[in-house]
Design a protein around this ligand. Structure first.
Ligand code: BGC
Length: 759
């Protein structure tokens, strides 16, 4: 035993030695290079520009890019991709600038590069970190084949407000699941060797708390207690840092009254000193300049503030480029501030292997071999099918038979333009598979009768806003009534109706907040008319956020939430509709009944006057006009089969802090199909010095069960799972009683209790 231990220590310490030797080599290299750099060239490294060609998410697109690259005034470029274009830009830097420093090339690779996967919110509903990692791995391979070495992903902002359009870009409302996803994404992009030509640097964003924008309004103020930050909002960013993420993007919002982009507590004290982050921090798109509008001062002032706070790279705004020299001469910043930032950018380039070979990621024949292959498409189909959440299936309307006549109705049923969802810079919607095509591929024996039935919306002002970056909402030449009549007639000639409704791609995503998150009226009218025909109706729902669906839940027999499923969505949806894949997705975000309930999330606190079931009750925490319940809770999702959970068995009723607790339950497949269940474990710390939520997810396990099969699922908890942040922001445990819950969602659970002793 002893010998084995010693070998372990030897291996470990030689690995550490090796690491530090590598670091020392990098330091020497970078120091040598910096000793030859002028002040202007150092500031140039802090400048990230976009020559356009992608989607500009702010008002400005960089000017004079080529000239600035030649002068050594650009550190990185984003918004272009493809080996030819990237090579041209890299040539300018490597062949024409004085010190030949290579550029870093970034892009918003968010849910795939060209083979698009489900939007991140959909991906999170797989609860499958291996699949999520696989999607990021494929994205990295494709992006690097296209000349890129830096992805502005993962976005890990916890969000509890579905009005906020960017809820679609993250992993939902839970910090534990969000942290696992953050790690999986970083692993997928970066692999275990950043110098490989198929791994790219990840950039965790938006640091921090962006998802808590007041009223769900984009770019809005955030105000939050430190305990709330530490316990619920910061863990996923921290998880990405722990996984070795190479870069961090600051957020647009304020944190404690100071914009994140110039928040020294956030970028230096927390990120670097407490968490030990070693990479570089980039601003969000012109977020340095935007601090003037926040009320922090003119461009020179805010640029100096940002640099001193720990921001290293300025995205697009050129505040650093144009003011830092002056600030240095006026003593407002120090040479050490500039050097520190410059060093971090050069280190990133070193870690990517760009000094060894600036053309490492630029190989002209890679795209044809590595992008959009049969394998990447098959993976996209598999992953998409796992992301769909079956919200309702009364009378087992689903799965559909592969015979008879289907009325395929709705503005999204045969619509390539809206298949991919938000953030698809390099993704080509023309290469996506529609539901119509998917059904033909999967169930060739059926007859499809198609009718559009409605416009996505008839509200032309709203449509105009949604169409800001391209026409996603088309207004049909036929009147709404004509469309509706045709759809009803089509439904009447069919055995079953598949209504494909929901949001257009850009109804969610950046700058896409909505105050009303129901289906647009045009589509509600259509759905009501279809249900009235008496035919069984399956609602296939496209959405980048939770929608308010109380009427739909009460009146439509079957609802399948497919988010925006990516390139292969049509095939994957057909796989699920016809039972080739039994749906297994579970919600990672709560679906409220009404916007008035927002924020509504499962891990809320109890209040002193808790809501009573079947309320409202006078003087309780509730509403006069509505219950507190969501339509669909966190963790919820049905299957074509059913699962039952036995009572929970604990191996002990009391544990010491040094001990572990085993919690077992037997899950049985009680229905008629084989299927996969995600068993979830939640805890509640019943009495603590800081009030704790009614439930917190601590573990989950995916279990595949043949029909009729039972399996025992065992979870293990230790004292770390029972800790929380106290008023001094220390992670502690406190002895006392805990409730533990296990079930297939956060609402329908079996419960038991145990105690933790002090010692
Ligand atoms: C977004 C970021 C994105 C950046 C670059 C910003 O508007 O907030 O998420 O990475 O643009 O496109």
């Amino acid at each position: 035993m002893k010998g084995i231990k010693n070998i372990g220590i030897l291996i470990l310490s030689s690995a550490c030695l090796q690491l530090s030797a590598q670091d020392a080599k990098m330091n020497t290299y970078v120091s040598n290079l910096m000793s030859r750099m002028t002040l202007e060239e150092k500031i140039g490294q802090l400048n990230l520009v976009t020559p356009g060609g992608g989607v500009a998410t702010g008002a400005v697109v960089s000017q004079g890019v080529e000239d600035n690259i030649r002068k050594g005034l650009v550190g990185g470029l984003f918004g272009i991709y493809g080996p030819e274009k990237v090579r041209k830009a890299q040539d300018l830097a490597v062949k024409n600038s004085r010190l030949h420093i290579p550029l870093i090339f970034g892009l918003d690779v968010i849910h795939g590069h060209k083979t698009m996967f489900p939007i991140p919110l959909g991906l999170s509903c797989t609860w499958d970190t291996a699949l999520i990692e696989k999607s990021a791995r494929i994205a990295a391979t494709e992006a690097s084949a296209d000349g890129l070495n830096w992805a502005f992903s993962p976005m890990v902002d916890i969000a509890r407000d579905p009005r906020w359009g960017r809820i679609s870009e993250g992993g939902g409302e839970d910090p534990y699941l969000g942290s696992l996803i953050a790690k999986a994404m970083v692993r997928g992009y970066q692999g275990n060797d950043l110098t490989k030509n198929n791994t790219i640097m990840a950039c965790v964003k938006h640091f921090a708390l962006y998802g808590a924008a007041e009223a769900g309004r984009e770019y809005n103020t955030v105000d939050m207690s430190r305990i709330q930050m530490y316990q619920y909002y910061l863990p996923p960013y921290k998880a990405a840092v722990d996984a070795g993420v190479g870069s961090v993007m600051s957020s647009f919002n304020v944190v404690d009254g100071i914009p994140a982009t110039a928040n020294k507590w956030l970028l230096t004290d927390l990120l670097r000193k407490q968490w030990g982050f070693k990479g570089f921090v980039v601003s969000d798109y012109t977020s340095v300049n935007e601090m003037t509008a926040h009320g922090m001062g003119d461009l020179q002032t805010v640029s100096a503030l940002a640099l001193k706070a720990g921001l290293d790279m300025d995205m697009v705004g050129e505040g650093f480029l144009t003011t830092l020299k002056k600030s240095l001469s006026e003593g407002k910043i120090t040479q050490a501030n500039i050097d520190a930032a410059c060093r971090r950018i050069l280190e990133a380039k070193y870690k990517l292997g760009l000094f060894d070979d600036p053309y490492r990621y630029i190989t002209e024949d890679r795209p044809a071999k590595e992008i959009m292959t049969d394998e990447t498409r098959a993976a996209a189909r598999e992953i998409a099918s796992h992301s769909f959440v079956l919200l309702k299936n009364k009378n087992q309307v689903l799965p559909l038979k592969k015979s008879g006549t289907i009325a395929l109705i709705g503005p999204l049923a045969n619509n390539k333009r809206n298949m991919l969802g938000t953030w698809t810079i390099a993704g080509d919607f023309n290469k996506s598979v529609t539901i119509m095509e998917g059904i033909k591929n999967v169930a060739s024996g059926i007859t499809i009768k198609y009718a559009k039935g409605a416009n996505i919306t008839d509200d032309t002002t709203f449509a105009k806003h949604v169409n800001a970056l391209g026409v996603e909402v088309e207004t049909d030449a036929h009147t709404p009534q004509e469309l509706l009549n045709e759809a009803v007639a089509t439904a009447n000639q069919s055995d079953v109706v598949v209504a494909v409704l929901g949001e257009a791609a850009d109804m969610a995503g950046e700058s896409s907040s909505r105050s009303d998150i129901s289906l647009p009226e045009s589509q509600q009218n259509l759905l009501k008319a279809l249900v009235k025909t008496g035919k069984p109706v399956v609602l296939v729902l496209f959405n980048g956020r939770p929608l308010t669906l109380p009427w739909e839940n009460a009146n439509v027999p079957a609802i399948l939430d497919v988010w925006f499923g990516g390139t292969e969505a049509g095939n994957a949806i057909a796989d699920v509709l016809f039972g080739n894949y039994n749906p297994s997705g579970k919600l990672t975000t709560t679906f409220p009944q009404s916007v008035g309930q927002i924020p509504l999330y499962y891990n809320h606190k109890n209040t002193g006057r808790p809501y009573e079931e079947n309320g409202p009750t006078k003087f309780k925490s509730d509403y006069l006009d509505i219950s507190n319940d969501p339509v669909y809770p966190f963790g919820y999702g049905l299957s074509y089969t059913t699962f039952s959970y036995s009572d929970i068995h604990l191996n002990k009723s009391t544990i010491k802090p040094s001990e572990t607790l085993s919690i077992s339950t037997t899950v049985t497949n009680t229905g008629n199909y084989d299927g996969e269940e995600t068993a979830q474990l939640y805890i509640q710390d019943v009495a603590a010095s800081v009030t704790q939520p009614v439930k917190e997810l601590k573990k989950f396990q995916k279990v595949f069960l043949h029909k009729g099969e039972s399996k025992e699922v065992t979870f293990t908890l230790n004292v770390n799972d029972l800790k929380f942040y106290n008023s001094d922001l220390k992670m502690i445990y406190e002895p006392g009683q805990f409730n533990v819950f296990v079930g297939g969602n956060s609402r329908d659970v079996k419960q038991a209790s145990f105690s933790l002793t002090a010692h």
